[in-house]
Ligand binder design. Structure first.
Ligand code: ADE
Length: 233
């Protein structure tokens, strides 16, 4: 169905572990990115860390489209929860993404609306979301799986007032700093996408579990999920 999957990860160890599972593989330096290309479970994939924030993500996504001709885009990483039911360690599968810090309110646009574009809420691929759900239940039965809107902005949300603002303005399940940028670039290139985010915190500055412990678990879950998804594509 898809010829080449672009996977944009967030964590170095995640990328390294996925690369370890790949065959026919090579590493290429492109600009300041290290691109890991090869076959994951027999599927052509390129894996890269974009760097933090929307600009890094947008540039990285376009690079994957232009240089590697990817025809599906997946972004993995961590996110802060915007829903009290979602536990740390659970995975949110995107239904759609928007940029919560896009603010042209002074020109009469609603918060989050990108002026002069026909779309500001970027809809994720439903079939791939279904596949991710099915595979995740199979390989990671110990964690909760949620489907919903991913809010992105160039801000790490760590106080209750800001979180409450996001919750009241947007119907989001989680917040992070890149997903909607990849989604917008995917949209501009007519390429389908999916965002998969492991919940690392409650986006309110509250006490957290040991982050390095969390990261290890999130990487195990993501690697299992991506490897098995590649197998089914
Ligand atoms: N990534 C993980 N947690 C986050 C948060 N609370 N805000 C933004 N990005 C995040």
């Amino acid at each position: 169905m898809y010829e080449k999957i672009g996977i944009i990860g967030a964590m170095e160890d995640e990328v390294r572990e996925l690369f370890a599972l790949m065959e026919d593989k090579k590493i290429e330096d492109v600009g300041r990115w290290k691109v890991y290309a090869g076959k994951l479970s027999g599927k052509d994939c390129v894996i890269v860390r974009s760097g933090i924030g929307k600009v890094n993500m947008a540039a990285c996504t376009q690079m994957l489209v232009d240089k590697y001709a990817v025809d599906f885009l997946i972004n993995t990483g961590v996110a802060g929860s915007l829903d009290a039911q979602i536990n740390i360690g659970d995975i949110v599968i995107s239904t759609d993404c928007l940029q919560h810090d896009m603010d042209a309110v002074a020109f009469g646009y609603a918060l989050g609306v990108i002026p002069q574009m026909d779309c500001s809420v970027f809809v994720a691929d439903e079939k791939m979301a279904e596949l991710a759900d099915k595979v995740c239940r199979e390989v990671n039965p110990e964690i909760g799986i949620w489907h919903g809107r991913v809010l992105s902005g160039d801000v790490f949300v760590a106080d209750k007032a800001r979180k409450d603002h996001l919750v009241s303005r947007f119907d989001g399940k989680c917040t992070e700093m890149e997903g909607a940028a990849m989604a917008q670039v995917a949209y501009l290139n007519n390429i389908p996408f999916l965002v998969l985010r492991a919940i690392s915190d409650k986006a309110d500055g509250s006490a957290n579990m040991d982050y390095s412990q969390f990261e290890k678990q999130a990487i195990v879950h993501n690697v299992r999920l991506l490897d098995k998804m590649a197998d089914k594509l």
